[in-house]
Design a protein around this ligand. Structure first.
Ligand code: DGJ
Length: 749
């Protein structure tokens, strides 16, 4: 049993393999948070919480007269509310019918069951018998607002999920002004918080700061989870690193506006609140009205961030991503975007596909520009009718030609976009998001369809279904190229406009749910100008997401490094593109570009026809390498060995969970004369076994066998213990951005 409840039904202890989480309904019927961290016993940890008569921290009426040490302002809460004596950041703020902002949540019962709860209309971590559910019910005795806190406990994964169901059991309407999913309080601890910030084409930069007095936050009010802050964060002990120290990870399964905030209060206690961003949120609950809040997935590792990341990787790969493509090898693709941009004909596309096929590529993706009036990004969005003049044939004929070359076919769509210069806009201007009577804010000269409307959702479902029914399409790239502002829906009454942002996301999820169940064989890759909507919510529908519009291998080092903290390799869309790179002008070796693409879903985005014979030979080898090591690359345990921000070489490793093999990738991001050598301590192997090392690189001729470091010469065996504790030395680099791949295999001597 992962969920243990004491004999009085008041102390709830959730155990996973290595962690324990505890809460307690106390004598005042307040649900206190008692503990989250390293696995421990079921004893009541709330007794450790220190109480004192604290000036200006008030006491609830029923206790205040005889116990001035009991204050909601200082006690660790499981789900905090605004307005009734807790002055910290809070999870829930409601406005009652009389205008008051008071709520008081009292413990009202619980339920435990096998299996994992679902969150209607929203993505959620799923599991069968390996999960258990606890639901704890809280109720405001005055307004009868009911809040059910849901916990999913995945013992083996070391993952606990949280979601919330709010029901208005009262007689009047209630306005939810803020409704976050998670409140987590730490009675003690000196923490740091790690978040991932960025911008278009430069996502997932890592930032580590001390938790200080005051409020720190990241979030999005952009309608999408955003390039600017990823809805994933880490709270860790001060000295925590890859292999040591306590680390809490929080991944929000939500693709819209979010807020993750932390506060260190007057008594040095830390509170984290995570949920939908309240700035664009005001939700009316009529009597019997229900609102489910999106899920947060949490994990704790007492042994550093590496383990924390591996917990998330496994959970996302096996319990968030769904459908046929969850486990099946995804096709190696070639996308024409950077090869042609908008400037192509059907013949050009077939030529790219033909050449790519010869190199072992399996799927051709036709990117933007194939439909309506779309010669650039100023028009055409919404008109998903093939431009037969440009393609020189019908779409079906083009697909047949691509199939004829032995390639599968994929297509780009931006279903949420609408251009003013489009037939769709001319016939349905009211479907575009804007505030009536005002001019909308343009971005990429386009508008956004009002996905909060059911008629719009139905239209998109029909359009895409018709396309997928008529033409044999294996893959869809679902793009979205602007943030959402001017938030307003013509079908919502004035008092419900504050629901727009969340309803948009619910609408998007409805469309994706419908399409993925109608077309389970189609692989959908998410995209929002790269990583503008790179979140665990999208991964529930699209098992991979284009990671960034930057294809430069050196910039991808840090983007993919950042993403690896919360997301598996199998989620990261990554392609080999041409040099000089289109975003940075940088020249990097083709082998290096391949290494980076293999730390993702792997594919190409260049004109193969323009490649030299030597380059084509390298591509052929890359494709073979990827296929050969696919199981390791995409499903292995991932280790960050060094960072792109220090030293001269970024190194990462994927190892088989059984420890029989590993693949190390190393990219020299800084080549120096007379270099200091780079050492790699290999993780995840069996200490008692013997291994052999095999070196791959594009310029092997520069490394005659006798010059190779110890371990690389044929016939040399090294023990797992030696590889783990003393490691091996990487060959140095002779070229800028040179990369190595080292395959390590258990062998009989
Ligand atoms: C943004 C995407 O991230 C690119 O890969 C490409 O598909 C363009 N949109 C097309 O407009």
């Amino acid at each position: 049993m992962a969920i243990i409840i004491d004999d009085y039904g008041k102390v709830f202890t959730l155990h996973t393999k290595s962690t324990t989480y505890q809460m307690k309904a106390d004598g005042q019927n307040v649900l206190l948070h008692a503990y989250y961290g390293e696995r421990t016993d079921n004893s009541d940890k709330s007794l450790l919480s220190y109480r004192a008569d604290r000036g200006f921290s008030g006491n609830p009426y029923q206790v205040g007269k005889h116990d001035r040490t009991y204050s909601l302002d200082s006690l660790p809460q499981e789900y905090s509310v605004f307005g009734t004596g807790d002055y910290r950041i809070t999870a829930l703020r409601v406005q009652n019918g009389d205008g008051s902002q008071a709520a008081e949540l009292c413990y009202d019962g619980y339920q435990v069951r096998k299996g994992k709860y679902a969150v209607p209309g929203l993505p959620a971590v799923y599991g069968g018998e390996e999960a258990e559910t606890l639901a704890v019910r809280l109720k405001d005795p005055y307004s009868c607002l009911e809040v059910e806190l849901y916990y999913g406990v995945f013992e083996e994964l070391d993952v606990i999920t949280r979601a919330v169901k709010i029901t208005n059991k009262g007689e009047g309407a209630v306005l939810l002004q803020k409704a976050a999913t998670v409140n987590l309080d730490w009675e003690w601890g000196d923490f740091q918080w790690i978040s991932f910030y960025g911008r278009h084409s430069m996502e997932m930069n890592m930032q580590r700061e001390n938790i200080h007095h005051g409020v720190q936050s990241i979030g999005s009010v952009r309608g999408i989870s955003s390039h600017q802050y990823n809805p994933f964060m880490i709270l860790c002990e001060k000295g925590a690193n890859e292999a040591m120290g306590g680390c809490y990870g929080f991944s929000f399964l939500y693709s819209g506006e979010f807020l993750m905030e932390a506060e260190k209060n007057q008594f040095g206690r830390t509170r984290l609140v995570c949920g939908i961003h309240p700035d664009n949120f005001a939700w009316t609950l009529e009597p019997e009205g229900v609102l489910w809040l999106p899920e947060v997935m949490m994990t704790y590792s007492g042994s550093g961030m590496g383990q924390m990341s591996r917990n998330f990787h496994k959970a996302i790969r096996e319990h968030v991503c769904r459908g046929e493509w969850r486990d099946k090898r995804r096709p190696i693709l070639i996308n024409n975007w950077e090869a042609t941009y908008f400037n192509f004909t059907g013949d050009d596309l077939v030529a790219i596909a033909r050449e790519a096929k010869k190199l072992g590529v399996e799927l051709f993706v036709m990117d933007d520009g194939w439909f309506g009036k779309r010669e650039d990004d100023n028009s055409g969005l919404g008109d998903w009718t093939p431009n037969e003049k440009k393609l020189g044939c019908t779409l079906r004929e083009l697909v047949e030609r691509i199939h004829g070359e032995g390639m599968q076919f994929g297509i780009w769509l931006e279903p949420e976009g609408i251009s003013e210069d489009s037939d769709l806009y001319r016939s349905h201007p009211e479907w575009a998001v804007n505030v009536p009577g005002r001019k909308p804010c343009l971005s990429r000269n386009q508008l956004i369809l009002d996905f909060s409307r059911e008629d719009v959702q139905d239209h998109i479902i029909k359009q895409i279904s018709d396309l997928l029914d008529k033409v044999p399409i294996t893959y869809v790239k679902w793009d979205m190229n602007r943030a959402v502002c001017d938030k307003f829906s013509r079908v919502l009454p004035p008092e419900r406009q504050g629901e727009f942002a969340h309803r948009y996301v619910l609408g998007l999820y409805r469309v994706l749910e419908e399409l993925t169940s109608r077309f389970p064989k189609v692989l959908i890759e998410g995209c929002a100008g790269g990583g503008g909507r790179f979140d665990a919510g999208m991964l529930y529908y699209t098992p991979q997401i284009w990671g960034s519009d930057t294809t430069d291998a050196v910039e991808r080092l840090s983007i993919q490094y950042g993403a690896s903290f919360g997301y598996p390799v199998s989620a990261m869309g990554s392609h080999v593109s041409t040099v000089p790179n289109h975003q940075t002008g940088r020249e990097t070796p083709l082998f290096t570009r391949g290494c980076l693409a293999m730390a993702g879903t792997f594919g190409y985005e260049l004109d193969v026809d323009k490649m030299t014979r030597e380059e084509k030979a390298i591509v052929r080898e890359q494709v073979e390498t990827f296929k050969k090591y696919y199981h390791l690359l995409q499903h292995g345990d991932y280790y960050r060995i060094t960072t792109p921000f220090e030293g001269s070489c970024t190194v990462w490793e994927v190892a088989s969970p059984s420890g029989t093999e590993a693949l190390i990738s190393a990219v020299y991001h800084h080549v120096q004369p007379n270099p200091v050598m780079s050492w790699v301590k290999v993780q995840g192997l069996k200490e008692e076994s013997k291994y052999q090392l095999f070196l791959y690189e594009g310029l092997m001729e520069d490394y005659p066998e006798e010059k190779l470091p110890y371990g690389f010469r044929p016939g040399e065996y090294i023990s797992g213990a030696s590889l783990k504790h003393s490691g091996f030395v990487l060959p140095s680099a002779v070229n800028e951005f040179q990369a190595w791949q080292v395959y390590i295999k258990e062998c009989e001597e």
